[in-house]
Write a new protein. Structure first.
Ligand code: GLC
Length: 524
């Protein structure tokens, strides 16, 4: 039997580079800072890190507007620094994934600069251009991520170009074979350098309807994964042709002697659509589960979304779970309203689901969202927009390493690019020293995951009938019981010897207190 791939059972860590650790006192985290902080990740037991965008960019969208796909952003370091990080991480058994943005480039990318220069330019068709509508105005009703028209008129050539995100992020035209060739080369460039894989930005995007048909309206009361600003984005995203791109990339990823990983940002509303990105085990190996992240961390919701995901995924597929990221905010706020007992239980559940888990930097210390005053906000996509999800800066503030004035993030006296959490907020050093901290619990949970769940197939996960109020399941060699309510509930019979309790107590309790969870051996 072939060995399972490294990501099966793994814990990945999304590292938002600009906010992790600043090595040169410019107020931005950087790649040498990651190298300096790697011991934290290896102590924690992390198997792989996904770096937020590292490529050169004008930063209208903090690196998600790429101007050079084979470089490193000068604020973050050099190609040599990235090579050094890959080697330093490898020596600790940690893989490095980069963020790849294939849906769009920056308008400063040389392809777009050329494309916009003339209708007959070499790169014109790399992008999606269209004539004005018959009566004038944008070609159709598509809206961008800020709720404005997704079309920008370019006076030089009299046509509109498509941008599903900001005006400075023109969408690539995936109907053009040359675009496929460019990205094959980009994949190989990084894979050859030892990059373990990519998180693929807007993986549900890429192809757009060839006829540019209008999007239908969004029925009132629809949930936020079905659309926003009154429209369902059925023609400017999630097109069936996109799957062919991943079948092609998977062949490239699998051609390496350690297969490379494709982890998609698959922003879709239900488990069936999510499952489609795994193909017949010939597309993405991992696809982010937004219905889980946006679900409520309460019963029966959380049990239902886990079960629905596992039922929908194709046999052998590896699910992936996360509660936080740089767009949607942090689960300690969204699910747990900052309550430490709730955060502990959420970490227990995340760490004991089958497949792969992605922690966002700060999850390990229970870091919450931080309200960033408007004057200090840096995210152009959400400043002043009607975006119902609020400012994304709240989840991008620097990591607090200690309780010093600079948080151990940057040099004393330096103003960081986004405000630091207050000195009273959780920090790595204090939690490392405290055996009862969230960080120490997180480290124990990851160790338990590695020994007891490992590469257990998703199919072996089973929801157990348990007393009302408890989320009870079997996962790998464990039985998990978590009290998601405010009243004590008898410990279920299925749980035998208790290996870990989120309350930090030893032994098998007769009842689980409010928001207490345990990982136990199955009762014999
Ligand atoms: C993805 C990224 C987000 C970015 C957008 C456009 O959703 O996660 O941060 O703004 O794509 O690239």
């Amino acid at each position: 039997m072939a060995a399972s791939p490294w990501w099966q059972g793994a814990v990945l860590y999304q590292l938002y580079v600009r906010s992790w650790r600043d090595s040169n006192g410019d107020g931005y985290g950087d790649i040498p800072g990651i190298i300096a902080g790697l011991d934290h990740l290896s102590w924690l037991g992390i198997d792989g890190i996904w770096l937020s965008p590292t490529m050169p960019s004008p930063d209208e969208d903090w690196g998600y507007d790429v101007s050079d796909y084979t470089g490193v952003h000068p604020d973050l370091g050099t190609l040599d620094d990235l090579d050094a990080l890959i080697a330093a991480a490898a020596s600790r058994g940690i893989r490095v994934l980069l963020d790849l943005v294939p849906n769009h480039t920056s308008s400063a990318h040389p392809w777009f600069v050329d494309a916009a220069s003339a209708r007959d330019s070499v790169h014109r068709d790399y992008y999606v251009w269209a004539d004005p509508a018959p009566g004038g105005g944008p070609p159709n009703n598509w809206l961008d991520a800020t709720g404005h028209s997704a079309w920008q008129r370019d006076d030089r050539t009299g046509q509109y170009y498509l941008h599903n995100f900001l005006v400075g992020q023109p969408d690539l035209n995936w109907w053009l074979p040359a675009v496929h060739d460019e990205f094959r080369q980009i994949l190989e460039f990084w894979f050859d350098r030892g990059v373990a894989g990519f998180r693929i930005d807007v993986a549900h995007g890429l192809y757009k309807d060839a006829e540019l048909r209008d999007n239908p309206t969004l029925p009132p009361g629809s949930d936020q994964l079905e659309g926003r600003f009154g429209l369902r984005p059925v023609y400017n995203s999630n097109r069936p042709e996109t799957h062919g791109v991943y079948r092609d990339w998977r062949k490239i990823a699998d051609s390496y002697s350690e297969p490379r990983l494709l982890l998609g940002e698959t922003w879709v509303g239900d488990a069936e659509q999510l499952a489609s990105f795994y193909g017949d085990n010939d597309e993405l190996q991992l696809a982010f589960n937004f219905p889980f992240a946006f679900g409520k961390f309460q019963l029966p919701d959380v049990a239902e979304v886990i079960a629905a995901t596992l039922a929908a995924l194709p046999p052998g597929a590896c699910p992936v779970w996360m509660g936080s990221n740089h767009d949607i905010g942090r689960f300690p706020s969204r699910w747990c309203a900052g309550n430490e007992q709730h955060i502990r239980v959420a970490l227990l559940v995340l760490a004991t689901l089958p497949g792969a888990v992605v922690l966002y930097y700060g999850d390990e210390i229970g870091m919450t969202d931080l309200d960033v005053p408007l004057a200090l906000q840096r995210d152009l996509m959400t400043i002043g927009s009607a975006n119902p999800r609020g400012s994304r800066d709240r989840a991008r503030t620097p990591l607090r390493w200690d309780d010093s004035e600079s948080a151990g993030f940057t040099d004393g006296g330096v103003t960081p690019w986004l405000p630091l959490p207050p000195a009273s907020a959780p920090n790595v050093a204090a939690q490392r020293a405290d055996p009862g901290s969230v960080l120490r619990l997180c480290q124990q949970l990851i160790a338990l995951r590695h020994t007891e769940i490992g590469s257990a197939p998703a199919a072996s996960w089973e929801l157990l009938p348990g007393p009302a109020g408890l989320l009870t399941y079997r996962s790998g060699g464990l039985v998990i019981a978590a009290n998601l309510g405010d009243a004590p509930v008898a410990t279920p019979d299925a749980a035998g010897e208790v290996l870990l309790s989120t309350a930090g107590t030893a032994g098998r309790p007769a009842a689980l207190g409010p928001w207490q969870g345990i990982a136990a051996r199955p009762a014999s």
